[in-house]
Design a protein around this ligand. Structure first.
Ligand code: C2E
Ligand code: MG
Ligand code: MG
Ligand code: MG
Length: 279
């Protein structure tokens, strides 16, 4: 089907595009009720200190199960939640839930268990953001140093306001990291001045690590981070070769299916009980 838009240009709608647009509208509509209808839950992926082999904490990852649409990936619904602004409320729910859960787990023994929460730039730019973080920490009684906020690299495009927010988080004692590092627009100049605590090497670089390939990027990112006095977190570790390489090159922390998949509450509690150091 071809439609004229009045300026001698033609917009071509094929059925694939229509299906995509319909799906997107359906997701945006369904998202509006997802919070109140309790369709969200969190899973937790363990983060291991590669140098000591000990459990450092977890990353909370959002899951959405809709009765009719089924399980929808965050890769699909997070952008929709960002575009509609719903990410602000959803993000607060995630942070509160994650802090509550980890506070409860700390009482089972791992008293310094950390939790990382993914935060969208849209949330950071919301005027009420710092107040909601402060409020959630007060309510849940989680130590601020146990909370880490993972922010994607796009934060570096908008340096002025976000730098202020990052400083405010630092004053609160909350840790921050740059997620998916190496895929975005990092300017080394901006990076040098950002008050952050860690870099997460993007999975694509970790995936490229194998016996046959040299890996200058991973080594370089680790060295860059360590020189800036930042922790380096590798995500997407799937093979023992990758694990050993990262460990030997001084990478601080690691996550990936080799170590553990993201776990629901009950599975993480079993994991905690049987955990022994990873080498
Ligand atoms: P991310 O923060 O970079 O999270 C890592 C993603 O990689 C997760 O996918 C995780 O399940 C997956 N993963 C972990 N280990 C491995 C591995 O060894 N191999 C492979 N192939 N994948 C691995 P997930 O849960 O589907 O999340 C995708 C993205 O959605 C996240 O990327 C994050 O950007 C976003 N996201 C998830 N939860 C939230 C949230 O609560 N808020 C916001 N703003 N974004 C979220
Ligand atoms: Mg993340
Ligand atoms: Mg990532
Ligand atoms: Mg990612």
């Amino acid at each position: 089907e071809v439609k004229e838009n009045g300026k001698n240009n033609y917009l071509v709608f094929d059925s694939e595009m229509m299906t995509k647009i319909q799906r997107k509208m359906e997701i945006e509509k369904a998202l509006k009720y997802a919070l109140e209808e309790k369709q969200f839950h969190l899973v937790y992926q363990p983060k291991i200190n590669l140098q000591s082999g000990q459990l450092d904490g977890v990353e909370a990852l959002l899951r959405w199960h809709h009765s009719r649409l089924g399980i929808i990936s965050p890769m699909e619904f997070i952008p929709a939640a960002e575009e509609t602004g719903m990410i602000v409320d959803i993000g607060c729910w995630v942070m509160r839930k994650a802090c509550e859960q980890v506070k409860a787990w700390q009482s089972l023994g791992p008293t310094e268990l950390h939790v990382a929460v993914n935060v969208s730039v849209i949330q950071l730019e919301d005027d009420a953001f710092i107040d909601s973080v402060r409020h959630i920490l007060d309510q849940t009684k989680l130590g601020p140093h146990c909370l880490e906020l993972e922010i994607t690299e796009s934060i570096m495009q908008n340096t002025k306001d976000t730098t202020i927010i990052l400083h405010q988080l630092k004053e609160l004692g909350v840790r921050t990291s740059i997620d998916d590092f190496g895929t975005g627009y990092s300017s080394l100049h901006v990076l040098q001045h950002l008050p952050i605590d860690a870099l997460k090497i993007d999975q694509s670089f970790v995936r490229g690590l194998d016996e046959s390939a040299s890996s200058p990027m991973v080594k370089t990112i680790i060295e860059l981070g360590l020189n800036l006095d930042l922790d380096i977190i590798a995500e997407g570790i799937e093979t023992d070769f990758q694990l050993q390489f990262l460990k030997q090159n001084g990478c601080t922390l690691g996550q990936g299916y080799l170590l553990s998949k993201p776990l629901d509450r009950a599975d993480f509690e079993r994991y905690l009980k049987t955990f022994s150091a990873i080498h």
